[in-house]
Design a protein around this ligand. Structure first.
Ligand SMILES: Cc1cc2nc3c(=O)[nH]c(=O)nc-3n(C[C@H](O)[C@H](O)[C@H](O)COP(=O)(O)OP(=O)(O)OC[C@H]3O[C@@H](n4cnc5c(N)ncnc54)[C@H](O)[C@@H]3O)c2cc1C
Length: 391
């Protein structure tokens, strides 16, 4: 198995102040995990379009899943900087396949924040150990940004709901054992007030999965369609109360947007680091590409802008820890840093010349892998719409 390629990091221009010794000890474990268990197998996952199922169990054994969940539910009860470290280490090896953060830092939070005691006891320990892989299913073929127009219905019949509809672009969908699904309960014509969230186990009759979708990039990440055909779901599987779906989604959105900003800031650092190495090696007209003024200025611009992104993201994380991050600050982080990442990766491809277009080079993979950041988690246009409403 080939060793993981990890470029030498470009030193930050400003010291980072977020992490203590315990965080750094966790980073060392996460780093080993991504270098030994993830990076060498990336190509295999790209071919099969999903991770190996047992990797989830391995990740669980090593404490890499759901670290922020309370210990009584199988987690380590630590702060969200541990989640940030997982995402940074994932980006450091150029991994676009694993969907751990969606499972650990989105789905688990819905269960913890809105689930009842039985739901928490039933799901969180299994999620932390990797026994259960989970997904969040909101987007439908007919609607993504405008979530209140979802058409999947859950009709109450006695002691259970009957769910009909379908979801698309669902991360971890193919391997998932359970999905938190956005459905319409009650009077479906009511828009946001009729949206509810429901835990649906993948082995229920009538719940089927499509094949992993053929994506432009992130080919190793399992992304698929989910179909619900008269799926009987016990009443007890409702998260929170009927009609509370939107309110629940709002509560965690700032954090979910920050997650994308974190991944993008680290992704941009990765792109710059691999490009600095490349341009120092590659020669043209008898000198390294790094020696041309154009190259040096491009690298200087990127290093500066990435530092500005890093500083903003780290400041936002301080506010996340204090529970004080505003929705608009999180929207700004998501849209600006994901736009920056696209710009940086594009410039870096250019500095690689033709090799930048060859998938064996990490920058070419970054080119196709990073584009989706501007689309999912709320498109960047929706981010601007939300920021503008705060003015
Ligand atoms: C790789 C990947 C993984 C994903 N994983 C998940 C997942 O795990 N779970 C899940 O539920 N979804 C997931 N999604 C779906 C993703 O969240 C949606 O694609 C996204 O929210 C956009 O919805 P849409 O595709 O329906 O685009 P649309 O809503 O149809 O938007 C099309 C275009 O119109 C623009 N637009 C829409 N409304 C406005 C407006 N009011 N003002 C200005 N412009 C507007 C959009 O910005 C976009 O440019 C994933 C998507 C991808 C690509």
């Amino acid at each position: 198995m080939a060793d993981a390629y990890v470029p030498k990091p470009v030193a930050p221009m400003m010291p980072r102040t977020l992490f203590n010794e315990d965080h750094e000890a966790f980073r060392a474990t996460a780093r080993r995990f991504f270098e030994t268990e993830i990076a060498p197998y990336h190509e295999k996952w790209e071919e099969q379009q999903h991770l190996d199922r047992d990797l989830w169990n391995k990740a669980g054994e090593l404490g890499m899943l759901c670290p922020t969940m309370p210990e009584e539910y199988g987690g380590s009860g630590v702060d969200r900087l541990y989640s940030m470290i997982m995402m940074e280490e994932q980006a450091r090896v150029g991994d676009s396949a694993s969907g751990f953060s969606l499972h650990s830092d989105i789905v688990a939070n819905y269960i913890l924040n809105f689930g009842n005691d039985d739901q928490k006891k039933n799901w969180l320990p299994k999620m932390a150990s990797g026994e259960a892989v989970t997904a969040i299913a909101m987007t439908e073929p007919g609607t993504g940004s405008d979530l209140q127009r979802i058409k999947t219905t859950a009709k109450l019949e006695g002691d259970h709901y009957v769910v009909n509809g379908s979801k698309i672009f669902i991360t971890n969908g193919y391997l998932c054992d359970m999905a938190v699904v956005a459905v319409k309960t009650g009077d479906a014509s009511q828009g946001a007030q009729s949206v509810s969230l429901m835990i649906i186990e993948a082995d229920r009759d009538g719940f089927t999965k499509g094949k992993p979708l053929k994506k432009v990039g992130m080919k190793g990440q399992d992304t698929c369609e989910l179909f619900f055909d008269n799926v009987k779901v016990p009443k007890e599987n409702l998260l929170g109360a009927e009609g509370m779906g939107f309110i629940m989604l709002m509560k965690e959105l700032a954090w979910e947007r920050m997650m994308i900003a974190i991944i993008c800031a680290s992704g941009a650092e990765f792109a710059l680091a691999t490009t600095v190495e490349y341009v120092k090696e590659r020669e043209a007209f008898g000198k390294p590409v790094a020696a041309f003024q154009n190259t040096r200025f491009k690298l200087a611009e990127m290093r500066s802008e990435i530092q500005i992104a890093r500083t903003y993201v780290d400041k936002c994380m301080e506010l996340v820890l204090e529970n004080a991050l505003t929705p608009e600050a999180a929207c700004a982080a998501k849209y600006w840093v994901s736009d920056l990442l696209s710009k940086v990766v594009d410039e870096c491809v250019q500095l690689h010349g033709g090799y930048g277009y060859m998938l064996e080079y990490p920058i070419a993979r970054a080119y196709i892998d990073t584009r989706a950041n501007r689309i999912y988690g709320g498109t960047n246009e929706i981010m601007k719409e939300l920021i503008s409403r705060s003015l």
